[in-house]
Design a binder for this molecule. Structure first.
Ligand code: PHE
Length: 367
């Protein structure tokens, strides 16, 4: 590059700017320097603007040098600012104005949600008993959530599960058309938020042959008024065991072992008659109260009854086995479904289910 007046200007400017920067002793001086050199009306900016009038070849060479200088000066400014900051800090420490021995502020670590913790304990227990864990869709067809579980439209058992229908995606059932086959066909195509994990019984049997031993965790949704024991969203774990020779004794033995692992070795279980259209017979499983001897009327856990209901269960209805293509004469099975929030409440002595999803850290940090 030959020497031209403009390269002289750049060389002079560079030397002056570096000297001025070294002399700047505080933030105000740095800012004044930045405006005077790199700012919109700054000396280097003026040089860069003047390049437009040069011959193309000179412009390329001089422009490159000027741009390099701008990058260099910007870096020098940042370095000078950092050096001044470090000096100021050292001065404060020397003057005793800053206590560098103060402990730092600890970062708060997050933790697993209490429902997640209980869910893991439950799944661990079943994993040890040889169950596979599988999951299914939360947005479900009426067909799986109800129809194929032997709960047709207008069946009174539907009242057990108040439903969130997804009317913008599928059609909500039109009760005005009455019951019967036509209404049933139309409802079967409707979409909803699953009200329980039982539809996965059907979905899984559709895809697999026995032997089956699965645990199905997942969120469920119910269109209900909330109170201390009801939420519109809940977590369930479904169990399904299907094989030749599976009996009610297997159901009881498996759930007995589960209850002992969750609530302690002394826990007893009680099966009582119940009704769910997809099992026959249907039962409700209760565990003995772990908080009192079983007869304390003041017990806050069992309220004196001695028993805590924790899940519905039963032998898979033969019609459902047959619909899956199994030989219901040879193959039998049991199913169960439990609410994880309910079990977490019992384990931790929580008296209001709404605490789980209120996002109050004062509650959540206790677990
Ligand atoms: N799905 C039932 C409910 O949510 C529970 C259940 C599951 C009952 C499996 C029997 C067998 O209430």
């Amino acid at each position: 590059m030959t020497t031209t007046p403009i390269t002289d200007t750049i060389t002079t400017l560079a030397a002056e700017a570096r000297a001025a920067l070294d002399a700047a002793a505080d933030e105000a001086a740095l800012e004044a320097w930045r405006v005077g050199v790199l700012g919109r009306g700054g000396s280097l900016t003026a040089v860069l603007r003047s390049l437009a009038g040069l011959e193309p070849e000179t412009r390329r060479a001089v422009g490159a040098a000027a741009n390099r200088l701008r990058d260099e000066l910007e870096a020098a400014l940042a370095a000078r600012r950092e050096a001044l900051g470090a000096q100021a800090l050292a001065a404060q420490v020397a003057a005793g104005a800053l206590d560098v021995t103060l402990p730092g502020r600890p970062l708060r670590r997050g933790g697993l949600h209490p429902v997640t913790q209980t869910l893991r304990v439950i799944l661990d227990a079943f994993t040890r008993m040889g169950f596979d864990t599988v999951e299914g869709p939360e947005v479900e067809l009426d067909e799986y959530n109800f129809e194929r579980l032997r709960i047709p439209a207008d069946h009174p058992a539907r009242d057990m599960w108040d439903t969130f229908w997804l009317s913008s995606l599928g059609a909500a059932p039109d009760r005005s058309a009455g019951s019967g086959a036509a209404a049933r066909d139309r409802d079967a195509g409707a979409l909803l938020l699953r009200t329980h994990t039982s539809p996965m019984q059907v979905r899984y049997m559709e895809q697999h042959a026995p032997p089956i031993r699965i645990a199905v965790p997942g969120r469920c949704y119910r269109y209900e008024a909330t109170d201390a024991t009801h939420e519109w969203m809940l977590t369930q774990v479904e169990l399904l065991v299907v094989d030749e020779g599976v009996s009610m004794a297997d159901l009881k033995g498996t759930l007995q072992e589960f209850a002992r692992q969750i609530f302690g070795a002394q826990t007893r279980v009680l099966l009582r008659n119940s009704y769910f259209p997809f099992v026959e017979p249907g039962v409700e499983l209760a565990v003995s109260c772990f908080a009192c001897p079983g007869d304390d009327p003041a017990c806050v856990v069992c309220r004196g009854s001695g028993w805590l209901e924790i899940m519905g269960a039963g032998m898979v209805h033969p019609e459902i086995l047959a619909a899956a293509g199994y030989d219901a004469e040879r193959v039998t099975g049991f199913a169960a479904g439990m609410g994880v929030e309910r079990i977490a409440m019992l384990r931790h002595g929580i008296d209001d289910i709404r605490n789980f999803y209120a996002n109050d850290l004062r509650f959540l940090r206790q677990f």
